[in-house]
Design a protein around this ligand. Structure first.
Ligand code: AMP
Length: 218
């Protein structure tokens, strides 16, 4: 049966690290709206040009832009058996759009599950400011808690690490405001539909991983 997995949680809750790992484990594509939008910005596509001004303010990109990108991606053949969707939906409106997209793709026998990363938020701003990632393979590091061995290059592929433009304290605070206003209500939305699984996202990467596996397999 096709598995549609979506993930909720505040910025820097560890979703990116865990969902990349999960996509490898399940052999489902990791569809990450933030990365798709950053690629569109880098390539200066019309969608990227629109998206950039919202992203640099920590706001949500207009729903029609994100929905178009997601619709194209989820219709690709590698999503036929399932997908790990990270960063979409981010509002109740987007949740409705995802339902429409899934119906259009014809997922009548798919299993849908939303996993919520429940985490103490005080340390997350610090996590964001210290975050760097590999522009080539996407591996995520933290210069304080999970630094690369030489402090500069990716341990996996050797590329020099970069910092996201929106990983500054000011934009991070705006992203938390956006999360609290627009995205947090989604947990109640999915809870009322009986598809929400909550996991404790405090702890080490391995501890959270064990909890995540239970949440997607039970
Ligand atoms: P992320 O990499 O998930 O932290 O996303 C980075 C930025 O991309 C967000 O702060 C938003 O500006 C934008 N973004 C990502 N996903 C969405 C979405 N589903 N809807 C609107 N904007 C999004």
């Amino acid at each position: 049966m096709k598995k549609e997995l979506i993930f909720l949680g505040p910025p820097a809750c560890g979703k990116g690290t865990q969902t990349s790992k999960l996509s490898e484990y399940l052999n489902f594509p990791h569809v990450d709206t933030g990365s798709l939008l950053r690629a569109a910005v880098k390539n200066k596509t019309p969608e990227g040009i629109t998206a950039e001004s919202y992203m640099t303010k920590g706001q949500l990109v207009p729903v029609e832009v994100v929905a178009a990108i997601i619709k194209r991606r989820l219709a690709e053949s590698d999503c036929a058996n399932g997908y790990v969707l990270d960063g979409f939906p981010r509002s109740v409106e987007q949740a409705g759009m995802l339902e429409d997209i899934n119906k259009e793709i014809d997922d009548s026998d798919a299993e849908f599950r939303a996993v919520y990363f429940d985490i103490d938020t005080e340390l997350l701003i610090e996590r964001i400011i210290n975050r760097k990632s590999c522009p080539k393979c996407g591996e995520i590091y933290n210069m304080k808690f999970k630094a690369p061995s030489d402090g500069v290059h990716c341990d996996k592929c050797g590329e020099e690490l970069t910092q996201r433009k929106d990983d500054t304290e000011e934009i991070a605070r705006a992203r938390f405001d956006t999360y609290n206003k627009e995205t947090a209500p989604l947990t109640a939305y999915y809870e009322s539909k009986g598809v929400l699984r909550k996991i404790d996202a405090n702890g080490t990467i391995d501890e959270v991983w064990e909890r995540l596996l239970h949440a997607v397999n039970d």
